[in-house]
Ligand binder design. Structure first.
Ligand code: AKG
Ligand code: FE2
Length: 208
């Protein structure tokens, strides 16, 4: 039993291959969204300041990246079982229909307090090339224009796209190919962000 119909998946995969990114509203059904929101609230006191860069150049610079994160662990965070199985389904689809060889993932909750942003970057660090697909799910109930925290995506053809972060919206893009930034947020901005990996390394959490 799949979470999304194959036909729907194939439409999404076509769009992602063509544009390098895709915005999907309703990627999560309401009950799964509620589970994720509950887990987010439970962990809120354990979030820590996010860093930038891999092992050797790890640093915390507020002006570059102002969010706080909490890394998930599928063995420990079993209340998110339905989410983990959706991620498995997502990896299966990418492997089967996009010829990727994904075999792991890493996910964190993130919150950007008012005034926080994340400057232009790509998600594949020089020293780590295993992040293939970035997947972000926004958890901003009641988000409205003026709240800020939009995701700006820089495409190869020179176009930039502004993606607003309302509740339940999912954005996926090719981690190595799509520079992006998070514009300054004026409210607490919440998300569940992760990467589908070429190998099951999942060391992102050691580096921020
Ligand atoms: O939350 C977003 O819209 C993107 C976050 C991001 O770029 C990252 O965590 O690498
Ligand atoms: Fe990013």
């Amino acid at each position: 039993m799949m979470y999304h119909e194959l036909e729907t998946w194939l439409t999404w995969m076509d769009e992602l291959s063509e544009k390098d990114y895709i915005v999907i509203d309703g990627f999560l059904k309401p009950d799964l969204l509620a589970e994720i929101r509950a887990a987010f609230s439970t962990q809120l006191s354990s979030f820590t300041k996010a860093g930038i860069g891999a092992a050797h150049d790890f640093q915390i610079r507020h002006e570059v990246r102002g969010d706080y994160t909490y890394w998930l662990d599928r063995k420990r965070d079993t209340e998110l079982a339905e989410f983990w199985s959706l991620i498995d389904e997502t990896m299966y689809i990418f492997n089967r229909y996009c010829y990727l060889s994904l075999s792991g993932s890493e996910f964190h909750f993130a919150t950007y307090p008012p005034g926080a942003r994340y400057e232009k970057h790509v998600d594949q660090f020089d020293s780590r090339t295993n992040r293939m697909i970035t997947l972000v799910i926004y958890l901003n109930e009641g988000w409205k224009k003026g709240d800020g925290g939009e995701l700006e995506v820089f495409l190869k053809n020179g176009d930039t796209v502004i993606v607003e972060p309302p509740d339940a919206r999912c954005v996926m893009f090719k981690s190595a190919e799509v520079p992006h930034r998070v514009l300054e947020s004026h409210k607490n901005r919440k998300s569940l962000t992760g990467w589908l990996l070429h190998q099951p390394v999942g060391l992102g959490q050691l580096f921020g």
